[in-house]
Ligand binder design. Structure first.
Ligand code: ZN
Length: 176
C-alpha cells in the first residue's frame, strides 16, 4: 500500500488543495491507490490531502461500492444534523458536530462526466467532511474554543507514547 495517512500536526492537512485541470491516467491511478488505503484504514471516505496529495479529490464508500468525486462543490445546504464525527487523520477521537443535514453537491467522476448528488444525513456529512479536507479544515475547527483546547490536550496525551499511531484505529472513527 503506497499511501500513508497523515495525522493532525502534519502541515499538508492545513493546505488548500488545487483543482484538477485534467482527469488523466495519473488521476485514475491515484484513485486506484486511494480506495485500498481507505479500506485498510476502515474509513468510509478518504481525501487526497490525507495522503499528502494536494488535489481536489476524494473517494468514499458507504456500503454501495467505491466512488470518487473530483473538484466537488456544494451548491446548496439545508437543515441541521448532529452527528458523532471522527477522522482518520485524528485517529481515536470523535466529536458531536452540527452541520447541515442535506446538501446538493456537484463534481466530476473519472470519466470526466458531471455528477450531481442530493445527499442526506450520513452521505451528506461524509461529503462535507471530505470537502473540508480539500480546504485544509479539520473537524477540530468545528469545535468551540474550550472544546478544541481540551481535544488538543487529549490528543497530545494520547499521542505521546506512540509515534506513528498505526494501532490507534478506533471503531468510532467512522468518518475519515
Ligand atoms: Zn477526515
Amino acid at each position: 500500500m503506497p499511501f500513508e495517512i497523515r495525522v493532525l500536526g502534519d502541515p499538508v492537512l492545513r493546505q488548500t488543495a488545487a483543482a484538477i485541470e485534467e482527469i488523466d491516467g495519473r488521476i485514475a491511478q491515484m484513485v486506484t491507490d486511494l480506495v485500498p488505503a481507505m479500506y485498510q484504514a476502515e474509513g468510509i471516505g478518504l481525501a487526497a490531502p490525507q495522503v499528502g496529495i494536494q488535489k481536489r479529490l476524494f473517494v468514499y464508500d458507504i456500503g454501495e461500492g467505491p466512488e470518487v468525486l473530483i473538484n466537488p462543490e456544494i451548491l446548496e445546504s439545508h437543515g441541521e444534523w448532529v452527528f458523532e464525527e471522527g477522522c482518520l487523520s485524528v485517529p481515536g477521537m470523535s466529536f458531536e458536530i452540527v452541520r447541515p443535514k442535506e446538501i446538493h453537491i456537484i463534481g466530476r467522476n473519472l470519466d470526466g462526466s458531471e455528477v450531481s448528488i442530493e445527499a442526506d444525513e450520513l452521505l451528506s456529512r461524509l461529503f462535507q467532511h471530505e470537502l473540508d479536507h480539500l480546504d485544509g479544515v479539520l473537524l477540530l475547527d468545528h469545535l468551540d474554543k474550550p472544546e478544541r483546547k481540551a481535544a488538543l490536550r487529549q490528543w497530545r496525551e494520547m499521542r505521546s507514547p506512540i509515534s506513528d499511531g498505526g494501532d490507534l484505529r478506533d471503531p468510532t472513527s467512522l468518518l475519515p
